[in-house]
Design a protein around this ligand. Structure first.
Ligand SMILES: Nc1ncnc2c1ncn2[C@@H]1O[C@H](COP(=O)(O)OP(=O)(O)OP(=O)(O)O)[C@@H](O)[C@H]1O
Length: 269
């Protein structure tokens, strides 16, 4: 992915992890939807798995600096997001595709991505190239000058990914990017993920186990606001057996880990 590099970024990175959380707690309404999570993500593609209501969106919103942590520690690109930190500098290096992302329906794809580049403070002289590159990357070059309202759901989501990568982010957060995509679109999306540059820390939340098992270098499984498992996709698959529910080794591993977590929680109550 072509990156838009500012002077502050050319200094050598001193952090080991792009994202590091320690005992992270994040409230959603009155609920502690993320309730003491420790995790570390470096460069690569990380799948964030968990059932409905597990806390994935809340965690991603905290990583995107949309929600402030209620407790614990969160470091992004080596900087703690608590205290007097320059959020704008961190945000310029983050790309975020929310679960339900909004756009002006009358904008063309190019206008939408340009507008987002401008909001992310991409230097003016680099906007046109960055937009073109992002649109090509998601395979929408032939629709660049069509209005957003004329796109299919899958294409609109690809435009959403284009806006997320237009600033050449070091951290890319994709919340349920495959929701509503048909099987062939999901395969195209996996191709797209594989093509993202290796120097980006990409976090993809989904409850579709197969989406992450095939592409991700690493999988984090959350449930009830807690981290249940973090490891390689192969380790997720190895956690299951023939008696666990699921249609594939990864799904059976997912079911086994969740069942064990529930049993432990029940035992503790
Ligand atoms: N604004 C809110 N007010 C109150 N409760 C909320 C709010 N947002 C989320 N929650 C609750 O927090 C918990 C975690 O929600 P979250 O959306 O983070 O889960 P999720 O893993 O992304 O779920 P899904 O897979 O269904 O999108 C859920 O119990 C949810 O009902």
């Amino acid at each position: 992915m072509a990156r838009v590099v500012g002077a502050a970024e050319t200094a050598p990175a001193t952090h080991a992890w792009e994202i590091r959380a320690e005992g992270l707690r994040v409230a959603a309404g009155r609920r502690m939807a993320v309730d003491g999570i420790d995790l570390a993500f470096g460069t690569g593609v990380h799948g964030l798995l968990g059932p409905n209501g597990a806390g994935k969106t809340t965690l991603i919103r905290a990583l995107a600096t949309v929600l402030r942590p209620s407790g614990g520690g969160l470091e992004l690109l080596g900087e703690s997001v608590r205290g007097r930190v320059d959020m704008r500098r961190i945000r310029r290096q983050i790309g975020y595709l929310p679960q339900d992302f909004g756009f002006y329906r009358r904008f063309t794809v190019r206008e939408f991505v340009e507008y987002m580049a401008w909001l992310k403070e991409v230097p003016k002289s680099g906007i046109a190239d960055a937009v073109q590159h992002a649109i090509e990357k998601v395979g929408l070059a032939d629709r660049a000058d069509d209005r957003m309202k004329t796109l299919s759901g899958g294409m609109a989501r690809r435009a959403g990914i284009a806006q997320a990568i237009v600033n050449g982010p070091r951290i890319l957060l994709l919340d349920e990017p495959t929701a509503g995509l048909d099987p062939s679109q999901r395969m195209q999306f996996r191709q797209l993920l594989r093509g993202l540059s290796e120097d980006t820390c990409t976090v993809v939340s989904t409850h579709l186990v197969e989406d992450v098992a095939t592409v991700c270098t690493d999988v984090a499984l959350v449930d009830e606001g807690r981290l249940v498992f973090q490891g390689r996709a192969a380790d997720l698959a190895a956690a299951g057996s023939g008696t666990d529910s699921g249609d594939s080794p990864s799904e059976r591993g997912y079911s086994a880990l969740l069942a064990r977590h529930h049993a432990t929680r029940e035992g503790a109550r």
